[in-house]
Design a binder for this molecule. Structure first.
Ligand code: SF4
Ligand code: SF4
Length: 227
């Protein structure tokens, strides 16, 4: 998710690396699912879709029929979790993966944005640092936790490299399309290409990061970007 606010407005003003301690404890989100109801837009990256394919056994097309939708995010068409209207109006719109018990039914392979939350990423010159979004979590109790423990992602170095490469590819595509008509043929072509190359493709692979790197290199060449 890309935000308009400045880091000062969003965060405690500090930047964190994976090895830093951050006051992010939420007591295991016990009794709270606020960010799964009307929370941030959960934009899915290729790793998120790979994980959903792998653990749910559903293809991207099947997910599109049920739990995800395509949205325009800063001028590019990307998949996001599709919020569903619950029968009870008070419950409002909720994530399709939120269980009746108020817990995430895909916790072990939940999307990267959900893993981060209420941490976020602040980007500068193609690099990012973690930030603590102070106005997001309603139950943050301020317990200090190491960022990498909070994320709980195996092979974090490879994951962070993937995040940088994916972000840089999308940023390059956005720069290329800057000033073009939202309905332009070029924008349409690039959006469809990115969806085919990174989402509609077969992610039934063992080495996600290796295959992603190959597909990204192909995309960089196709779009005329230097790597
Ligand atoms: S708002 Fe905070 S405590 Fe509640 S579910 Fe989200 S991260 Fe957990
Ligand atoms: S995927 Fe899980 S953690 Fe993420 S919004 Fe949905 S229910 Fe919440």
């Amino acid at each position: 998710m890309w935000r308009e606010e400045t880091v000062e407005e969003l965060s405690d003003g500090r930047f964190y690396t994976a090895n830093d301690m951050v006051k992010v404890g939420t007591d295991d989100c016990r009794g709270c699912a606020d960010c799964c109801r009307m929370g941030p837009v959960i934009v899915l990256d290729p790793l998120d879709v790979f994980e959903l394919n792998r653990f749910l056994g559903q293809s991207f097309e099947e997910l599109l029929n049920e739990t995800i939708e395509l949205k325009v995010i800063d001028g590019l068409i990307l998949p996001a979790l599709k919020l569903l209207q619950k029968e009870s109006q008070e419950e409002g719109m909720v994530c399709p993966y939120l269980g009746e018990d108020g817990r995430c039914t895909i916790h072990d392979f939940r999307p990267g944005i959900c893993r981060l939350y209420p941490l976020g990423r602040s980007w500068e010159n193609g690099e990012f640092r973690y930030i603590l979004q102070v106005n997001e979590c309603t139950h943050c109790n301020g317990t200090k936790i190491k960022v990498k423990k909070w994320l709980g992602i195996p092979n974090l170095a490879a994951y962070e490299a993937f995040c940088r490469d994916w972000h840089e590819l999308l940023a390059s595509a956005r720069r290329l399309l800057e000033g073009t008509d939202p309905e332009s043929k070029l924008r349409n072509q690039i959006c469809i290409y990115l969806l085919r190359q990174f989402y509609l493709c077969d992610w039934n692979v063992d080495d996600f990061y290796g295959v992603f790197a190959q597909r990204r290199a192909e995309a960089m060449r196709y779009l005329g970007f230097s790597s």
